[in-house]
Design a protein around this ligand. Structure first.
Ligand code: NAD
Length: 416
């Protein structure tokens, strides 16, 4: 089975579980199982050597009962329609958990950005935007960055959309460069949300955050910023990794220095004073907090039993399979689910969108304090739900999200 299919099955099984506990009407459950719209496009690009290549792109809009569709765009060779559909569904739940007035969507292009020049990536982004143009818009569907897309990608999308419209529309995307009406704090917002969840979990487990050991899989936007923020909060980062492998130091490493090393060499591996380890070894290290911040299905039935962390805080989307989730629950490992743990990104995306619509810019302190209060309050609501229903935090988060979305669908009614 492809990992995209496995990921979608896992998203559907989480929904089914929540729908059963909440006694959701079968019609509304069916409604939420399916994306409202899926657009698949074939994107022709002239490469720098003159050759024409055609890339497959997709935009999945899962549900908009609570507001415009919202979700990132991923560039990766393994992108599939199933994977993007699962990610779109997760966005619906995530926005509902943090109580944002948004629905859920996701986009993806099957490509390997590491083998493409900046010009080729710009052409791909602009052509993809022009092909999904009719489906997106500030009150319709607002894309953002995801794996291997960034603020520059968002600037190209904003410009392409604005060129077609004939006027500047910054609020069509979030995660833009700050000089182009992006929000202060957006770049590290997902990681700040992850760090807040680690801090709240430490409080809940009665563990001091100072000196707590943390292992992080993935050293991209989410992983590297989470490492730096947690390091600044006093945690001890003992291991980090990227697609080439990982590094471990029992005494803790300085993530700012590791980032310089990665920028200079292209990977975290071979960092002075650390031992090289595999990604598999990183996941099973003894530590207080494990933060998967790379791709989905990383913690699965093959390795879940070997996880030695006290808590897993999911920076990535869908890093734990349902089978692994069950094993971790039985082992007593607390899992803070993706739809809560990495909701900081979409929260500051929402704050960016509000600033754009009002043509205002807020200070970093204002943005961070709004982010902090939303994540802390969502964390408390999820914990409360999971205690009330005697379920783990993922099920608690799903119960909160699915009940909010189902309520909106019910109130809006099925038209005609
Ligand atoms: P990124 O492209 O910046 O970084 C991804 C990192 O994962 C890189 O360090 C890469 O080397 C590493 N990686 C790739 N394959 C790997 C493998 N097989 N094993 C170990 N590491 C591997 O992406 P990102 O924006 O940091 O996103 C990471 C995860 O967080 C994704 O699941 C994404 O959906 C999720 N997420 C991102 C945001 C955001 O704001 N960027 C928000 C919410 C969720």
């Amino acid at each position: 089975m492809s990992s995209g299919r496995e990921f979608l099955d896992s998203a559907l099984s989480q929904l089914k579980k929540a729908a059963e506990v909440l006694n959701i009407e079968p019609g509304i459950h069916l409604y939420m199982q399916n994306p409202k719209r899926t657009l698949i496009v074939a994107i022709p690009i002239r490469m720098e050597n003159g050759e024409v290549k055609v890339f497959k792109g997709v935009r999945v809009q899962h549900n908009n009962a609570r507001g415009p569709y919202k979700g990132g765009i991923r560039y990766h060779p393994n992108v599939t329609v199933e994977e993007v559909t699962a990610l779109a569904m997760l966005m619906t739940w995530k926005c509902a958990v943090v109580d944002l007035p948004y629905g859920g969507a996701k986009g993806g292009v099957v490509c390997n950005p590491k083998e493409m020049t900046k010009t080729e990536l710009e052409r791909l982004t602009r052509r993809y935007t022009s092909m999904i143009y009719e489906l997106i818009g500030p009150y319709v569907d607002i894309p953002a960055p995801d794996v291997y897309t960034d603020a520059q990608t968002m600037a190209w999308i904003m410009d392409t959309y604005s060129q077609i419209r004939g006027y500047q529309v910054p609020e069509v995307v979030t995660g833009k460069p700050v000089s182009l009406l992006g929000s202060l704090g957006r770049n590290e917002a997902t990681s700040r949300g992850v760090a807040i969840c680690v801090r709240e979990t430490a409080k809940y487990l009665n563990k001091p955050l100072k000196g707590a050991t943390v292992s992080i899989q993935g050293f991209g936007n989410v992983g590297s910023n989470a490492a730096c923020i947690l390091y600044d909060m006093g945690a001890k980062i003992v291991a980090v990794s990227d697609s080439k492998g990982g590094i471990y130091s029992r005494d803790g490493l300085n993530p700012y220095r590791v980032l310089e090393h990665k920028n200079a060499t292209g990977s975290v591996i071979n960092y002075d004073g650390c031992q090289n380890i595999t990604n598999e070894e990183l996941l099973t290290l003894k530590c207080d907090f494990l933060i998967p911040a790379a791709l989905e299905n990383q913690i699965n039935s093959r390795n879940a039993d070997m996880i030695q962390a006290a808590a897993v805080v999911e920076g990535a989307n869908g890093p734990t399979t349902p089978e692994a989730d069950r094993i971790l629950y039985e082992k007593g490992v607390l899992v803070v689910p993706d739809i809560l743990a990495n909701a900081g990104g979409v929260t500051v995306s929402y704050l960016e969108w509000v600033q754009n619509l009002k043509r205002e810019t807020w200070t970093l302190e204002e943005v961070n304090s709004k982010l902090e209060s939303r994540i802390v309050s969502a964390y408390a609501s999820v914990l409360e739900k999971s205690k009330k229903h005697e379920v783990n935090m993922r099920d608690g988060a799903m119960l909160l999200a699915v009940s909010r979305v189902a309520e909106a669908i019910r109130l809006l009614g099925i038209w005609p």
